[in-house]
Design a protein around this ligand. Sequence first.
Ligand code: ADP
Length: 162
Amino acid sequence: MRTAICPGSFDPVTNGHMDIIRRASVLFDKIIVLVSRNAEKYTLFTAEERCELIRRVTGDIPNIEIDLFDGLTVDYARSKNACALVKGLRAISDFEYEFQMAMTNKLLCPEIETIFLITSGDYMYLSSSIVKEMAQFDVDISQFVPPVICEDIKQRIMNKEK
Ligand code: ADP
């Protein structure tokens, strides 16, 4: 049984994340999407809400679990006997940080590999921050996130602005 972890903030989940999650789910027997709490960072949705949004849009993926965690990703991976962390790489700007993280994680936990999936061309410039920014200006975000969660994002942004 080969398990991989797809870690991230997912605030909120985007089509770019969905692409990585789907592709990872084909490569491994089980994938766990691990939502980080980011207690020190401002987030639009709580960790529980971010998990719930992911759950709503991944119902058709049979070998997926969704969990949240506020410790080190490699500690979580070890506790689940996972063999890999799967990360997405967008532009070259992602590379430097991801390279450092992968090297550090390898040092902490040599038995776990970090695997990078290169983004699909359509999602190259897509990030959760861009989605939030566009939603603020009332742009149609259904091209960026699964349509069933568009309304949740818009509502949250509107309530925040009040
Ligand atoms: P963000 O950087 O948008 O806040 P996260 O921290 O939630 O994203 O990212 C979780 C994982 O998903 C990371 O490995 C990140 O590189 C990847 N990812 C995010 N957006 C995309 C995208 N558009 N294409 C490919 N991978 C992505």
